[in-house]
Write a protein that binds this ligand. Structure first.
Ligand SMILES: NC(=O)C1=CN([C@@H]2O[C@H](COP(=O)(O)OP(=O)(O)OC[C@H]3O[C@@H](n4cnc5c(N)ncnc54)[C@H](O)[C@@H]3O)[C@@H](O)[C@H]2O)C=CC1
Ligand SMILES: O=C(O)[C@@H]1CCC=N1
Length: 268
């Protein structure tokens, strides 16, 4: 099985590295294509996998093609792809918003898996949701799942609505966590801690809280209770967040991303 990844950016490279390291594929069955000459030069020197600057040499021989460009790149990309593709090939899109029907229509193909990954895939802790067009067989779907799982874990969803919804939760989600971290870092700096100490305080707090959550069946709400003393400091902080409607604002943000994913799918 030969896999081609189109787009050597954050996601394309992350997936390429995950798949190339996996015994499922190995680096010689993994090719990557990009149009940016600087990226091609850098990647060619690193030689984790075979890098291409033209579709003619890599697209016809691929069995599975990952699409990892920005949604606004597809117009040019799809035009350049059509003469090198065949109906046996399976396309896996990692792009936010772009629908299965758009990919099928614009490429004139039938087998598409639409997936929504996230950036912790870089450290093997990604979560990817995925769904497929009706022409993808069960065996092909298992193959794709195995490839997605080289960067973490995956969940199968029945409709594309849940791909857009998971964009609002997990796809964009790492940015919400970083936003919270940045806010805590800035508070620590204002309180007078050094850069180094602020980073240690904040990153260990996040890591420790996640570990507690993962190692128990206790909800985040119940953990908040365990941190809080009546009339104490945590209560003062949580009251401040509740008074400022922070929970609602975070939910609004997740919906803003969900709705933007739907909108992207309608922009052709
Ligand atoms: N960055 C993230 O955390 C996530 C990104 N995604 C999706 O992944 C996709 C890629 O995002 P990033 O990797 O962040 O973008 P990026 O900007 O880092 O990478 C895009 C790559 O595509 C290349 N490219 C542009 N036009 C091309 C063409 N015609 N042919 C070949 N390569 C071309 C660019 O040179 C660049 O290397 C997007 O559609 C995004 O919605 C999904 C989930 C998370
Ligand atoms: O911001 C974006 O559109 C992409 C999709 C999810 C994360 N990054």
């Amino acid at each position: 099985m030969r896999v081609l990844v189109i787009g050597a950016g954050n996601m394309g490279l992350t997936y390429s590295e995950g798949m190339a390291k996996s015994p499922l594929l190995g680096k010689h069955n993994l090719n990557i294509y990009d149009t940016d000459p600087k990226k091609i030069t850098t990647l060619s020197k690193e030689a984790h996998f075979d890098v291409y600057d033209n579709l003619e040499d890599c697209l016809p021989k691929a069995d599975i093609v990952f699409l990892a460009v920005k949604p606004y790149h597809i117009e040019d990309l799809f035009k350049s792809m059509t003469k090198y593709i065949n109906k046996q090939q399976l396309f896996v899109s990692l792009m936010a918003g772009v629908t299965i029907d758009t990919i099928k229509e614009q490429l004139g193909i039938k087998k598409v898996v639409r997936a929504m990954p996230n950036l912790p895939a870089k450290v093997g802790k990604g979560v990817t949701s995925y769904t497929e067009s009706s022409d993808v067989s069960k065996v092909e779907l298992i193959m794709v799942r195995n490839l997605l799982d080289t960067t973490g874990t995956s969940i199968h969803v029945d409709t594309e609505k849940f791909i857009d919804a998971s964009t609002g939760i997990s796809g964009s989600g790492p940015a919400y966590v970083f936003y919270f971290m940045q806010s805590m870092l800035e508070a620590a700096l204002k309180m007078g801690f050094s850069d180094y100490d602020s980073k240690i305080l904040v990153s260990n707090t996040f890591e420790g809280a996640i570990e507690l959550f993962n190692q128990s069946d206790i909800s985040p709400e119940a953990w908040i209770d365990r941190v809080s003393s009546k009339g104490g400091t945590t209560q003062a902080a949580i009251d401040s967040m509740e008074d400022n409607n922070v929970k609602q604002l975070i939910q609004d943000a997740a919906y803003a991303a969900f709705n933007r994913a739907i909108e992207l799918g309608q922009e052709k």
